[in-house]
Design a protein around this ligand. Sequence first.
Ligand SMILES: [Zn+2]
Length: 394
Amino acid sequence: MDIAHLTGWSALAITVGAIIFRAGYRMGRDDALSFGEEPERHQETSYTFRGLNFLLSDEPDKAIEAFTNVVRINSETVEIHLSLGNLFRSRGEVGRAIRIHQNLIARPSLSDAYRKAALYALGEDYRQGGFVDRAIDSFRRVLELDPNHRKALAGLQALHENEGRWDIALDILKRLVKVTGEEDPRREAHLLIKIGLEQARTLGEGDDHPGIDWFRKAIRVYPGCVEAFRLLGEAQLSQNKVKGAIQTFATLKKNRPSHFFMLMEPLKRAYIEQGDLGGFEECMRNAVNAPSASPRLIVLWSRELQSRNRTREAVDVLLKGYSKYPGSVVMARLLVRLLGHLNREEEALGVAVRCLDHLLSRQPGFQCSQCGFQSQDIYWKCPQCHRWDAMEPM
Ligand SMILES: [Zn+2]
């Protein structure tokens, strides 16, 4: 399910909720009326329920038609206007959604709660229509009425992030975290990095690299942030603080071993700068022999050994790693190639067959031609879409 669907469905859920509430209220009132006293009210209720039924049977166009009739009979209904606007937006008719929500906001008698809802909806309309400044303005007006409005804060945060206004995006993120109590350290760390990079660009990377403090902050917030370690180490290298850089790169080995391979190249550069290629080799050997060594790290180190004409050692490292990760295609490919170089064709063939066997054991045998459901065995009735006899062998 894609994002457009999700927003569509959440809009639908809100709409249905608001209308059920209103319809229930309306029914209670209608019961109290004597027959024939207000036929229009009965009509209104009937259209409301019809619209609701269309919504639930996923016929938004007919729902829009029914709700438009409700609005024609009773132009005061704020909930139906709000719902209609949201429906138009979910159908991609942003212009109509904007008009409806703007008209609501223009009502002087509108309560604060409804004003808030209409302003938020208008912000969403603008956002979907690509009117960024107006969307920001609408969300800000919601926050004037309710500084802790989660969805307006989240909307505003996302907009500033998309616009590359990292400092504002970070401020709003902190507000959002306070309101929701849900930390988002990965996002926060990357916003800190962006601010650091921006400062380094505008202030220049002199003796006092302005990014360094920001990269350190990012690491404190999220100790597994690869990019912060990379940038911090590179900044230290640019300041000739080679020992510090090596320590920075090596810390990631502990904090996030799965991604350590991404820093192998700058780590090598740092050791070369220090004139200590032996130190690099020792560091890499430790990393490759650790239980946490990732397939990519093993492959990179093997390539490094091969480039130094130490193919036999490279093969040993790969064979050991491959026994741990028999499903790693990158590892198998390199191993087959290097074994070929060493004229060990039979072993190469063994590795290739083992890898193919492993891949095949994980590959589903059948796929539903209707919904794409995959499985090892054939089902005559698809467990996902319930069609009969729709599964084809892959
Ligand atoms: Zn199916």
